[in-house]
Design a protein around this ligand. Sequence first.
Ligand code: IPM
Ligand code: MG
Length: 351
Amino acid sequence: MKIAVLPGDGIGPEIVAEAVKVMKALGLSMDLNEAPIGGAGYRAKGHPLPEETLSLAKASDAILFGAVGDFSLDTLPRELRPEQAILGLRKALNLFANFRPALVYPELVHASTLKPEVVAGLDILIIRELTGDIYFGQPRGIRTLENGEREGFDTMRYSESEIRRVAHVGFQAARKRGKRLCSVDKANVLDTMQLWREVVIEVGKDYPDVELSHQYVDNAAMQLLKNPKQFDVIVTGNLFGDILSDEASMLTGSIGMLPSASLNEKNFGLYEPIHGSAPDIAGKNIANPLATILSVAMMLRYTFNQGDVADHIEVAVKKVLAQGYRTGDIQEPGAKVVGTREMGDAVVAAL
Ligand code: IPM
Ligand code: MG
């Protein structure tokens, strides 16, 4: 198991260190190689995705990624900003299928801002297309019009084959779970999204055992708050998936709990927490490392076919929550509030 470890910026190094601690405690033979990325890549090598880091990623079986983003570099030209590192990796490695599960642990039902009865027992999976859409569409830019006014523009686009392959991923995932797939689009306004819907319906003919439904993204955003348990698997485009997955994370109490997997067709994967670099709390030993630790479980399950070891990690996380350990983001009266390192230690002890 050759794994590229890319901690990145802000809280990235702290949370990745805890995940690495857990990986080492598993007693598996893992070859871990660290490299700078994001703002750290820019500072070390002059580029957010340095050549050496990309080669290391390509030569590995999987990537453990922390987070990128650094406000002090936001004035750089876009191609040098930290975010380009993760976008570049997704594109270069063709990581088109992004799995973002949102699971409510019984111990954290009260950490959500929603009523317990709305979120208790929630278990949904958002599959976000990750290499197309308005994120990568050309042309894009900021231009000056004849009247001297500036105009910003981006291009939303999806080819049929891009929609088809992620739709298959969605149906196959639904088949392994509750057999219900909701495709989220904006077919009432956008042509790209009308094609999205048509192609998803076509692909659905191969999966008569999966119940397919469709929602417009504005309605889906509302339904996620109103009655999130109506969903099993959601499949959606890059931009809508970015937004809906942040929304879904808050059903679970904290964005600090949500892992993710970004896969290509060979099950090569990049594994990362869905949260960002949180520069405001960086270096304070208060960030929640559980999303990153749970991302290691996803890595073992999806890339290395070690579902049983993945189960051990997930059970250990449940155990530390049941023991009352909480980082600040999920704290509640009576809980043992611990720091990033202590939470990592607690998971290792539970393992
Ligand atoms: C995410 C993040 C990224 C995205 C940023 C950091 C580029 O928000 O992974 O959801 O927009 O995809
Ligand atoms: Mg996001």
